[in-house]
Ligand binder design. Structure first.
Ligand code: ZN
Length: 302
């Protein structure tokens, strides 16, 4: 029997200690196994996504999860899959929902992000964060044990490559797409791309003043050119390059509409009041349309 022999093979591999045959459903809600040894934790459509990749020489994490509870759960989950240490933790951005729980993983993990990440994290640091969170529940208080801000020990410039065990991780700086230091992580052999928050999944992004929409569009072009099979966004579940196409469509239409209204002599305030994007009414976080219009206005006025 074919199925039987596959089953036997599976058991043999396990017996000889071959790596990573744990299925995502065994790891609990929110976990997806993208490929052998590549696991993503995306609790829902909008909360911060965090991931880990197992190699023969240790684990590489991508982002440190939204809440200390999720991070503790992540650590437990990693230990279920492998006894190897977490060697690297790569940040896809600087914001605290991706970076505040480094203390749970580092040491031993060495944290990496693009140049400027540590400075931005120090600037954004909220000294009341731990206190406020701890007040939520005794579990949260326990999860915060040992809390402190840990900034990246390694900052690279523009592009770098990490070779760990059998895997290659290409770190690519994405300029002006979301935070002060955004990193996409590309696994060329596995064709899995961790895309930071240049795009999420059907959600209006909170575009800070440093975001430049043409640079965001350029980042989609760049990431699509890698030809990934799977795309893991900074928030939301595992997807494909279709999220880049969707956002490309959204920003292109937004720029067109804002451009036309600006050309009619309308002020930013008027545009923000009048402009609607009904084609995207089912996207999450509709209240962020205003900051999207502001970013588009800045681009068309250049
Ligand atoms: Zn962010």
């Amino acid at each position: 029997m074919k199925i039987g022999s596959v089953g036997t093979l599976f058991v043999c591999l396990m017996t000889f200690g071959f790596p990573v045959t744990v299925q995502a459903q065994d790891l609990g809600p929110g976990f997806t196994k993208v490929k052998d040894g590549i696991y993503v934790f995306a609790p829902d459509a909008t909360t911060t996504t965090c991931s880990f990749v197992v190699t023969q020489e240790g684990v590489v994490m991508i982002d440190s999860c939204n809440s200390p509870l999720a991070s503790r759960n992540m650590l437990t989950t990693i230990k279920k899959v492998t006894d190897k240490p977490i060697v690297f933790l790569i940040d896809t951005e600087t914001h605290s929902d991706h970076t505040a729980n480094h203390f749970i993983f580092s040491p031993p993990a060495t944290i990496i992000n693009h140049e400027g990440a540590a400075e931005a994290m120090k600037k954004e640091f909220n000294p009341k964060r731990a206190e406020t969170l701890a007040a939520q529940s005794p579990e949260m208080r326990a999860a915060l044990q040992g809390y402190k801000m840990i900034t990246p020990q390694i900052e690279y410039k523009n592009k770098t490559t990490i070779n760990l065990g059998e895997r290659t991780f290409e770190l690519i700086y994405l300029k002006n797409v979301h935070s002060e230091a955004d990193t996409a992580i590309w696994l060329p052999k596995e064709r899995v791309l961790f895309a930071a928050s240049a795009a999420n999944v059907r959600r209006f992004l909170n575009l800070r003043p440093s975001v430049v929409i043409p640079d965001v569009l350029a980042s989609y072009k760049l990431m699509k050119s890698l030809n990934p099979e799977f795309v893991v966004p900074g928030h939301g579940p595992v997807s494909t390059t279709k999220i880049f196409d969707e956002y490309e469509g959204f920003y292109t239409l937004l720029l067109k509409r804002v451009g036309e209204m600006a050309a009619q002599g309308k002020s930013l305030a008027e545009i923000k009041k009048e402009l609607k994007m009904p084609e995207y009414a089912d996207w999450h976080d509709q209240n962020r349309l205003g900051v999207n219009i502001e970013a588009a206005y800045k681009s068309v006025k250049k």
